[in-house]
Ligand binder design. Sequence first.
Ligand code: UDP
Ligand code: MN
Length: 344
Amino acid sequence: MASPNTMSQDEAFVTLATNDVYAKGALVLAESLKRHGTTKDLIVMTTPQISHSVRSALECVFDVVKLVNVLDSKDEAHLTLMKRPELGVTFTKLHCWTLTEYRKCVFMDADMLALQNVDELFEREELSASRDSGWPDIFNSGLFVFKPSLETFSKILGLAEDEGSFDGGDQGLLNSYFSDWSTDISRHLPFLYNLHITASYTYMPAFKKFGQETKVVHFLGAVKPWHYSYDKSASAVTQTDGPCNQGNHHFPQFLIEWWSIYEEKCQRYFSSEPELVSENSSACVISHDLHANDGLQVEEIATNLTKDALQERWEHKNRWESGNVDYRGDDKFENIQAVLDTYL
Ligand code: UDP
Ligand code: MN
């Protein structure tokens, strides 16, 4: 764990990135909080799956990079019902309660972007959060105010073991644990602290009236900002990757904001030539082009692979991440062991 900077204090924003793709989101989120002058520490929790170079990038931007192990809800039936089988991994979020060096924290998903300073959130009590637009009697777990505590951590895990999660993800579990949230209005945050991007087209008149006051936008759902490409000169975004988008982004300004921060502040960590991105930190000497190959390890790109071979690696990675594991072929134990050996 990198040590907190000298301005360290007892309040922090916390996010989670278990792979190189979500790490892009985490970097943009952190830069957006800095751009709006946060005085709080920035913490990212990561898992060993993250590549060395991306971890170095996180260390340049965050005050603390905390390595945690993957907690998985193992509840595929519910997640399949929700058509998001990958979200079991969001249980890993629960590790945020172990950050007991901090008195109070605000967790934010890596697919969020701050559009204003939101440090006032630290005046709120555990557990404060905004309503979920799909079922407003529960809160959306993309952003919540909490108080780190090992006791709370173990009680939440205990509940997970005893009852599981009603939606298979962290949101169902946290809503069961903090079930009094629904009746305690003092802990309801305004929707503008967690504006679901879908609201821009499902309730367009409200979005037109209030949208410009948005404090934090949440790119919730299967299509994320990194699935788009950005044409700076035309100030336009186009979806180029990821699952087919169910809704259209009639208001692309949030995506454009995300991309302009990515290009200005984060792309250099993924640029094609090895680059010294910070004069002061040797930890910041990285990296090769991950941009066109989200999540591929730097080492793989550096080895002159053909485009087809890179494509196959990329598809393989996607199959692996969606749980489609070929235990007898590419993913047999000997191959996994060989990859692990490269890290030792
Ligand atoms: N996350 C992650 N790796 C994954 C999936 C999720 O690190 O493979 C983290 C990340 O911080 C993400 C959060 O868990 O923002 C919740 O997932 P997501 O935002 O995709 O869910 P949604 O908000 O779309 O329901
Ligand atoms: Mn999210």
